[in-house]
Write a protein that binds this ligand. Structure first.
Ligand SMILES: [Mn+2]
Length: 405
């Protein structure tokens, strides 16, 4: 059987609402024309209470694909609470974005109630094509602390005689080692032939209990992370050959660039950013003529006038607004003047002067060179000599300098 795996469409995602809709349509329509069945591991919608026009976008597409000629059909549904209202082999679970506190009802479940797909939350759905059986156990997205408890309670088991898929929507520690709360691969239920996970927005193929774990990634750009630069799309998995094929859709081009500076004046930062934008524009193309999304991460140190860099970059973003969707991150850019002076004050070795006097003198001299008056020096000195984290102190110091500029 050929199973399409499409995930995280995020209908109603505000930043790129039209992309979310058109790219979901392309993925769902193409996937339905290529596969016998389709599984969707969560986050069809971006919000738990989508606006009616967003619900309409999804309902229109799912109505269309539910009328396709599918190679397989649903032959059994086992669950303590849910029900299947169609035999159309489009099987989905709610993701973390759709989860509601009020019982089972959520926007994904509405598509199930309308008979446009089968909501497989905490259910085993079996589909058939000829003699072949595929069973999908679904576990909707849960907060991390509930996953283990839920898995222990449900104890999902493979169905004898079927090709068994465990479909879920969680972060996995081995793939995203950011929190100890994330479940480990070994905690996934054993005995399934294939594991399919949503939630993670870039595509990945890993291994769980010696079997494939497939993450198709989202169909729309959301997090602007470096690993979202690949084309978006979906997988077609062949249960007989145990192989998967990635099918790219026409997703909007995204380019993420990291630029490092060492004591650069604002004009240099602006100039290099502008060249980078022009290069990104000339190297990217979109069939639908949409401007690419370009993210510039600016790191390192700027010469005096950090505020001036921000102003120039804002102007740059405005100039290119019609050609590119720009996201500029300057949070990793530092001003060396502040950092150096701070080291002098906090770690300086005293000669005939006390550390405080020495620091103060160096500091006032340096600030004067940079065009700040003596009053700023004493105020800034007070901020820099206070107890607290380096980050917090630097922020306060920057704020003061911006006010006095
Ligand atoms: Mn998602």
């Amino acid at each position: 059987m050929k199973i399409a795996i499409v995930s995280d469409m995020h209908f109603g995602y505000e930043r790129f609402a039209e992309d979310a809709n058109s790219q979901a349509r392309e993925a769902l329509e193409r996937a339905s024309s290529m596969a016998d069945a389709m599984i969707i591991p969560g986050d069809i919608f971006d919000k738990r209470f989508p606006r009616p026009e967003v619900l309409a976008q999804a309902f229109n597409i799912f109505r269309d694909i539910s009328r396709c000629e599918w190679g397989a059909k649903v032959i059994s549904f086992e669950s303590k609470s849910g029900k299947a209202f169609t035999d159309v082999p489009v099987i989905a679970i709610p993701g973390t974005h759709e989860r509601t506190a009020i019982g089972k009802e959520n926007p994904l479940n509405l598509l199930g109630l309308a008979g446009l797909l089968v909501d497989a939350s905490e259910a085993t759905v079996t589909i058939a094509k000829g003699d072949e059986r595929v069973s999908v156990f679904g576990l909707g997205g849960l907060s991390e602390e509930l996953v283990r408890q839920k898995l222990a309670e449900l104890a999902p088991k493979p169905v004898p005689g079927s090709f068994n898929i465990f479909m879920f929507h969680q972060s996995i520690y081995e793939l995203l080692p950011f929190s100890d709360d994330f479940i480990r691969m070994e905690e996934l239920p054993k005995g399934f032939d294939l594991y399919v996970d949503g939630h993670i927005h870039h595509r990945l193929i890993a291994n769980a209990h010696g079997k494939k774990l497939i993450i198709p990634g989202s169909t729309v750009l959301t997090q602007l992370k470096d690993d979202e630069q690949d084309k978006k799309g979906f997988f077609i998995f062949d249960t007989q050959a145990y192989t998967e094929e990635f099918v790219a859709i026409d997703s909007r081009p995204f380019i993420s660039l990291h630029m490092k500076f060492d004591g650069a004046p604002p004009s240099e930062i602006e100039g290099k950013c502008e060249s980078a934008i022009q290069e990104a524009l000339s190297s990217s193309s979109d069939k639908r003529g949409r401007p690419p999304v370009v993210r510039l991460v600016i790191e390192g140190t700027a010469a005096k006038g950090l505020g001036a860099s921000d102003l120039l970059l804002n102007a740059l973003a405005k100039r290119y607004a019609s050609k590119v969707t720009l996201s500029i991150d300057t949070s990793r850019l530092e001003s060396p003047d502040i950092a150096m002076s701070m080291e002098a004050v906090r770690g300086g070795k005293a000669g005939s002067m006390t550390t405080r006097e020495l620091g103060m003198e160096m500091f006032a001299k340096r600030l004067k060179e940079l065009g700040y008056g003596g009053k700023v020096a004493s105020e800034l000195f007070a901020i820099l000599s206070a107890e607290g984290s380096k980050d917090k102190i630097l922020k306060e110091a920057e704020k003061l300098l911006e006010e006095k500029e």
